[in-house]
Design a protein around this ligand. Structure first.
Ligand code: SAM
Length: 326
């Protein structure tokens, strides 16, 4: 379906849980340790029904996210059922990778082939400081195992935070020389925390990219249709790629094709706006597929032409990333 700004909305990010097994200081603030009640979270059969409705309004790709999706019991069967929905062309998973080594074979069996793994430090102590958990070794084991298993592509998303992990960008980029991984550097976004804090940590892509010149020159890769917001590069001869995602310094709203469904059943048209369409209530009250389709269309119509992140504004939304689903 096309939105009011002539963009085809074909991509749904489905958050299946608000809980996480990490406590990244910039993503899950302490006040959010009070979690949603079990009954507030959409059940798998509800998620599958909404996914079917989404496909009926034109969604072709679903990314399952959280919280941490791999901590939800039965996620493998859910993913297999999701993958069986006729008309859905692609499912992918976003995870922090802590449980990847345990679940890689089951995920493969469930039909998942594409993985996005979030990783902000390659140093064990720093990883523990950022995430509140000493789990780097497990994440790295998971990445190696998933590579052997055949997942492709494996994208590693690193949020670059000034003064926290920005001295590691070259180490991250170097991974693309040894592994077929797509190393993607994300700008820190002003979501759900005080503006001053965001300004302290924010590092624009241009600065990140400049630091990589010590490794060689980056060759730009062609953009592909619906290929996502990353501007992609490769070091000569490298098996992996480098990507830059710059929601703040170079927004990509004109190509935005996505909609989000939060774990508590709200359709969120734009990451940076709290306008949401509640769909869980009607779903549980017995709404027909036609009514649910209308709610999806309503959410798509609410998509703004672009976000207006600007250094002088206050944080654009109340929800944090942990509560939205990334
Ligand atoms: N647990 C899963 C994971 O770690 O990928 C999925 C949920 S997590 C909220 C999704 C992504 O959002 C993570 O890569 C995290 O680093 C990123 N994130 C959280 N807050 C962010 C912010 N303010 N700016 C940029 N990325 C952020």
């Amino acid at each position: 379906m096309e939105d009011q700004h002539h963009r085809q909305i074909t991509y749904l990010r489905l958050s299946i849980i608000d809980r996480c097994n990490l406590r990244c200081f910039y993503c899950t603030p302490v006040q959010e340790l009070v979690k949603l009640q079990h009954a507030d979270i959409l059940r798998y059969e509800e998620l599958l029904r909404l996914a079917q409705v989404a496909v009926a309004v034109g969604i072709r790709k679903i990314r399952v996210t959280g919280g941490e999706p791999l901590i939800r019991l039965g996620v493998e069967s859910f993913l297999a059922a999701l993958g069986a929905i006729p008309g859905l062309e692609e499912i992918c998973l976003t995870s922090n990778g802590v449980l990847l080594a345990d679940k890689a074979a089951a995920l493969w069996e469930a039909g998942v082939r594409r993985l996005n793994i979030s990783l902000d430090s390659l140093q064990p102590e720093r990883f523990a400081r950022i995430t509140g958990r000493d789990q780097l070794a497990r994440v790295l084991d998971g990445l190696r195992l998933a590579t052997t298993q055949g997942f492709e592509p494996i994208k590693i998303n690193c949020v670059v935070l000034r003064g926290i992990n920005d001295d590691e960008v070259v180490d991250f980029a170097r991974l693309s020389l040894d592994y077929p991984w797509h190393i993607r550097f994300l700008e820190f976004m002003p979501i759900g925390h005080p503006r001053r804090r965001w300004q302290e940590y924010y590092l624009p892509t241009a600065e990140i990219q400049a630091r990589l010149t010590t490794l060689g020159s980056l060759q730009r890769l062609p953009t592909v249709a619906n290929g996502g917001p990353a501007v992609r590069y490769r070091f000569a001869g490298a098996p992996g790629e480098i990507g830059f995602i710059s929601p703040v310094s170079r927004h990509f709203c004109e190509a935005c094709n996505r909609l989000r469904l939060t774990a508590d059943g709200r359709l969120r048209p734009c990451l940076f706006q709290d306008d949401e369409v509640a769909i869980k209530g009607p779903l549980r009250a017995g709404a027909s597929d036609a009514t649910l389709r209308d709610l999806f269309r309503q959410a798509i119509c609410l998509k703004p032409s672009r976000h207006h992140l600007d250094h002088s504004l206050t944080s654009p939304c109340r929800r944090t990333m942990a509560r939205i689903g990334g």
